[in-house]
Design a protein around this ligand. Sequence first.
Ligand SMILES: CC(C)(COP(=O)(O)OP(=O)(O)OC[C@H]1O[C@@H](n2cnc3c(N)ncnc32)[C@H](O)[C@@H]1OP(=O)(O)O)[C@@H](O)C(=O)NCCC(=O)NCCS
Length: 171
Amino acid sequence: MTGHTLALVRDGDVGEMARIHALSFDDAWNGIMLRRILAMPGASGISAKSDLRWTLSGFALFRIAADECELLTLAVAPERRGSGVGSLLLEGTMARAHRSGASSLFLEVAEDNGAARRLYDRRGFRPVGRRPGYYSRPSGSPVDAVTMSVDLDTAGPWEPASPETAAVGRD
Ligand SMILES: CC(C)(COP(=O)(O)OP(=O)(O)OC[C@H]1O[C@@H](n2cnc3c(N)ncnc32)[C@H](O)[C@@H]1OP(=O)(O)O)[C@@H](O)C(=O)NCCC(=O)NCCS
């Protein structure tokens, strides 16, 4: 697989982010919604770009308020999954949030999302709450949301430490 580099999300990334989001979630966020989220106070995002093609493989959006960071979304293009890009984005988010003064990072994940839950478990996230029936599958069946949190003061250090210089999977 090719290497990936993290960068801060830019306006020109939004179209590709919307494409990846639509391929990743039942309730997709379009470009207008993504721009609105990025304009919220404390909101920011990082992207993972393929070093070979300089195309977007995935992204994470998060929001920092006081000493807390919320991971708003994390998505990797289906054809690029399973190669460490999701881990790279999560670690980049953790590092950036900590550098910006956050001491904890929390998120909500569907109980039946095995890939994401494994990713979070391996980075030290632990369940701290549950919202019964928070998500709804296209079939109509309800799925609980699990709130997970990690203490950023004790979870690091992360490799790579900086979204600007991070890379993974270089040949
Ligand atoms: C969750 C997601 C971001 C992971 O991205 P990724 O690039 O595949 O992640 P990685 O390659 O870094 O793998 C992360 C872990 O998940 C595991 N994993 C990957 N795909 C998996 C699958 N289909 N089933 C089970 N585990 C899986 C990997 O083995 C890895 O575990 P490890 O660290 O123990 O080796 C990606 O699957 C995705 O975009 N899913 C759709 C959107 C989504 O669910 N986002 C999270 C919302 S909370």
